[in-house]
Design a protein around this ligand. Structure first.
Ligand code: COA
Length: 186
C-alpha cells in the first residue's frame, strides 16, 4: 500500500477527475503550474489530460487516511523515454486549495523521492518550478532538492517575467540524508 503519515496514495477513479480538474484548471493554480497560455479548457482537453495522466510512470490521487473520501491532491512521477538510460525521474504535485499550507507538500514530495530511488530505481530526480511559486520552492528545498538551473525571465505571468527554476536531487544525496533514520521526516 502506498501511504505517508497522513495520506493514502491510490489510483485515480473516473469520478475523481472532475474534482481534481476543477482546481487544476482554475486560473490561480495554472499560474503556478502551467507555462503555456492559460485558457478555458474544453472537454477534449480534459480527455487529453486524462491520457497524459495515465502515461506517467506513477500517478496517484492523494486522500486522507482518516477520511478516504477526501481528495487532497495529485502526485505524478514520470521519466521521458529519452531519459531511460539516465534514470532521471521527474515529479509534479498539486494539492487542492483547502489542503495547502499544512505541510502535506513535504510529506508527499518526501514519499515521491524515497519511492523514486528505492522503488523505481532512479539515479536522479528533477522538477521544474516557477520563480514566483515561493511556497513550492521552499518545500522542494526542505526535502533536499537543489537549484540546478535558472531560466531567466522565461515565463510570462500576468504582465511580468518570472524565472523558471530547474531543481534536482541525486540518489547519493538522498542516501546521505537518510543515513541514521529509518524514515525521513522533514
Ligand atoms: C506547492 C505545494 C505542493 C506546497 O505544499 P504545502 O503543503 O502547501 O506547503 P507547506 O505547508 O509545507 O508550506 C511551505 C512553506 O511555504 C510557506 N508559504 C506559504 N505561502 C507562501 C507564500 N505565498 N510565499 C512564501 N512562502 C509561503 C509556508 O509558510 C511554509 O513555510 P514554513 O514551512 O517555513 O512555515 C502546494 O501548496 C500546492 O500544491 N500548491 C498549488 C500547486 C503548485 O504550486 N504545485 C507545484 C508546482 S511546482
Amino acid at each position: 500500500m502506498f501511504t505517508t503519515e497522513r495520506l493514502i496514495l491510490r489510483p485515480y477513479k473516473q469520478s475523481d477527475v472532475d474534482e481534481l480538474l476543477t482546481d487544476l484548471v482554475s486560473y490561480q493554480t495554472q499560474l503556478w503550474t502551467n507555462p503555456l497560455f492559460i485558457t478555458p479548457k474544453s472537454p477534449k482537453w480534459r480527455e487529453d489530460w486524462q491520457k497524459a495522466l495515465e502515461a506517467f510512470l506513477f500517478h496517484a490521487v492523494l486522500v486522507l487516511k482518516n477520511e478516504p473520501d477526501k481528495i487532497v491532491g495529485l502526485l505524478v512521477i514520470g521519466m521521458s523515454p529519452r531519459e531511460t538510460k539516465n534514470r532521471n525521474g521527474e515529479l509534479g504535485i498539486a494539492l487542492l486549495p483547502e489542503y495547502r499550507n499544512q505541510r502535506f507538500g513535504p510529506e508527499v514530495v518526501n514519499f515521491a523521492v524515497d519511492y523514486g530511488f528505492r522503488g523505481l530505481g532512479f539515479h536522479r530526480m528533477s522538477l521544474t518550478a516557477f520563480g514566483g511559486n515561493e511556497r513550492a520552492l521552499k518545500v522542494y528545498e526542505r526535502v533536499g532538492f537543489v537549484k540546478e538551473a535558472t531560466l531567466r525571465k522565461a515565463n510570462w505571468v500576468e504582465g511580468e517575467w518570472q524565472d523558471i527554476i530547474q531543481m534536482g536531487i541525486l540518489e547519493d544525496e538522498w542516501r546521505d540524508k537518510k543515513k541514521g533514520s529509518e524514515s525521513i521526516s522533514v
